[in-house]
Design a protein around this ligand. Structure first.
Ligand SMILES: CC(=O)SCCNC(=O)CCNC(=O)[C@H](O)C(C)(C)COP(=O)(O)OP(=O)(O)OC[C@H]1O[C@@H](n2cnc3c(N)ncnc32)[C@H](O)[C@@H]1OP(=O)(O)O
Ligand SMILES: O=C([O-])CC(=O)C(=O)O
Length: 372
């Protein structure tokens, strides 16, 4: 029997992330996402995903230090970015430069777990630098050097503007990164594991993941959500816009999920953040439109907002350029991807499902001269 889109197919065992779509429960190594969002940091959550336990104080300090120490990019990666047309999308730049980073790995032949854990740290540190360096290059500004201090989130905001972010915004992005860090066998993580399952290296596996994340049915939806909010413009336009869109059978980005049949627990936090950011910035339009869309779609289609819905207005109110939304998702999900790649390597079997053949019956080969 076939299951289109592998819905509900259990494709592997994993200790990393547990997801209950009926109850709306999400845990990383048994720790509730709500607790992580309230109390953890992105760095601590990444450690948890890589090692399966929360770090001691010393281990946390060490991973924070390693993540800071690896922020700078090889200068030739920056040279490579200068060669790209300024219209290249940030996701395409991310995919291309992560692929090129393999050439700067000191010893690719070292396939030990320790070497792959070091690669996970290097890749996690590199992603925000790539994204923000590209943002400067395409705007014909000098890239801002990464800070040697501060969190993954604060450094990302600093590299965007050249100014240290206020504590509230840095923490809000930190929480968003925690919420996006892992999500079981989503399409990009599955792509990473399929690639790692062939014993391809970590760079190749992450490139596969970035490529899968970029599509609008997955991580690319957050960018489409904010474009929709901009098109709608104000709360009173929500209803006619959605009526039209649904009549045309359009999908409303940021709604629906393959696994959740109830509220996505990450959306609960992002909704509250969107409201709070609206109040702080004195412009609640984006939050209010989002609430109106959510109510309409819930009422008319029975669909819940997913992680991409409220993250869109959150990032917009932080002043993040729209097409950096999905790369920012990637700069969190890299922790989950690399954790899954490490888990795949540790207990590997090639991932190779079958297809139910529904094509033509055996047919005789007709040489081209006789085909008319
Ligand atoms: C981080 C993430 O990846 S979260 C997901 C981000 N993606 C989006 O927000 C894109 C919009 N959402 C969607 O396209 C889908 O809900 C997906 C891709 C997330 C999940 O899709 P699936 O599990 O394959 O559900 P499927 O596509 O079979 O949809 C089931 C039904 O709900 C409808 N539906 C699902 N999502 C939506 C939506 N966002 N807007 C309108 N209708 C929708 C479908 O049209 C379909 O209706 P039908 O049976 O009448 O044809
Ligand atoms: O799990 C999924 O299919 C999509 C998702 O929410 C994520 O990757 O965060």
């Amino acid at each position: 029997m076939t299951t289109e889109g592998l819905e509900d197919v259990v494709a592997t065992t994993s200790r990393i992330c547990d997801l209950d779509g009926k109850l709306g429960k999400l845990t990383y190594y048994g720790i509730d996402i709500h607790d992580l969002a309230r109390h953890s940091s992105f760095e601590e959550t990444a450690y948890l995903l890589w090692h399966g336990v929360l770090p001691t104080k010393a281990q946390l300090a060490e991973v924070e230090q390693q993540l800071r120490a690896n922020r700078a990019l090889p200068s030739r990666i920056i040279d490579l970015m200068h060669l790209l047309p300024s219209s290249t999308t940030p996701m395409d730049v991310l995919r291309t430069t992560v692929s090129a980073l393999v050439a700067f790995d000191d010893d690719l032949s070292d396939k030990s777990t320790a070497a792959n854990e070091r690669r996970a740290i290097r890749l996690t540190s590199a992603l925000p630098t790539i994204i923000m360096t590209w943002n400067s290059i395409r705007e014909k500004r000098n890239p801002v050097e990464p800070l040697q201090t501060g969190t993954h989130a604060a450094n990302m905001l600093y590299m965007l503007t050249g100014k240290e972010p206020d504590a509230y915004t840095a923490r809000a992005l930190d929480v968003a990164l925690i919420l996006h860090a892992d999500h079981e066998l989503n399409a990009s993580t599955f792509a990473a594991r399929v690639t790692a399952g062939t014993k391809a290296d970590m760079y190749a596996s992450v490139v596969a993941a970035i490529s899968a994340l970029s599509g609008p049915l997955h991580g690319g939806a957050n960018e489409q959500v904010i474009r929709m909010l901009l098109r709608i413009g104000e709360v009173r336009n929500v209803e006619p816009y959605l009526e039209d869109a649904l009549a045309r059978k359009e999908r409303i980005m940021g709604f629906g999920h393959r696994v959740y049949r109830t509220e996505d627990p990450r959306a609960t936090h992002l909704r509250a953040m969107s409201q709070e950011l609206g109040e702080r910035t004195g412009d609640s339009r984006w939050y209010e439109m989002s609430r109106a869309i959510e109510e309409y779609i819930k009422g008319h289609k029975g669909l819940n907002a997913n992680v991409d819905f409220y993250s869109a207005s959150v990032y917009y109110m932080m002043g993040i350029p729209i097409d950096l939304d999905t790369p920012i998702f990637a700069s969190s999900r890299i922790s989950g991807w690399t954790a899954h790649i490490l888990e795949q390597y540790a207990n590997n079997r090639l991932i190779r499902p079958r297809a139910d053949y529904v094509g033509a019956k055996i047919t005789e080969y007709v040489p081209v001269e006789q085909r008319g």
